[in-house]
Design a protein around this ligand. Sequence first.
Ligand code: PXP
Length: 238
Amino acid sequence: MIKLGVNIDHVATVREARRTFEPDPVKAAVISEKSGADSIVCHVRKDRRHINEKDLFALRKIITTKLNLEMSIDPEIVDIALEAGPDQATIVPENRLEITTEGGLEVKSRVKKIKNIVDRLSARGARVSLFIDPVRSQIKAAADTGAEMVEFHTGRYSEAFNHKKNYSKELSDLMRAAEFALKQNLVVAAGHGLTYDNVSLMKGIPGLYELNIGHSIISRAIFTGIGEAVKEMKRLIA
Ligand code: PXP
């Protein structure tokens, strides 16, 4: 069965909108695990716009499944990752001005640099994954870094699907990329922009090990929970 990594960054985004204590992403992680999440994903960004170190270390202590830290190759972030010791480390590109991770990591032109980080994270006990576009040259380069896993950026597929455009090319790119990655002995994951409507076609990706999903789950949680939240507040002020 395909594993589900739940990204809880978006819970922290709501907290940071008020720079307060709620909602607590750690609590969201615990509930996600109790509800079947196979891993918890979080991203400590350079600008700390959502998850911060305090969250990361609290998550490290409390998580009973797997902690998958999304991280850039910035030296400060690499040091934090090495200190925290995640079960999985997913190396992602990071651009300060982006709203979310916009594309895959450029591995091809900097295999040596990324290999050095892969080696250090692996020595710390993390399974390392590289978040890349579903493109042969990047997959080959990812294998050359010694990473165990690749996560394909599904943003193009999701966007085509969501805008009711023809997504068959994007889907077949993902399928072909997975076949190629499996031949390189890489474990295959995928994620970004996946929703309750577009996720089921991901089951067609050969050998897919894991999907990492955040925004759509947190969005859905608002509507599965808002009714109860309003009732509770009404009770308190009655
Ligand atoms: N996988 C990776 C590597 C990501 O960077 C993100 C976004 O943080 C996700 C999965 C989840 O994307 P979304 O929030 O759109 O589901």
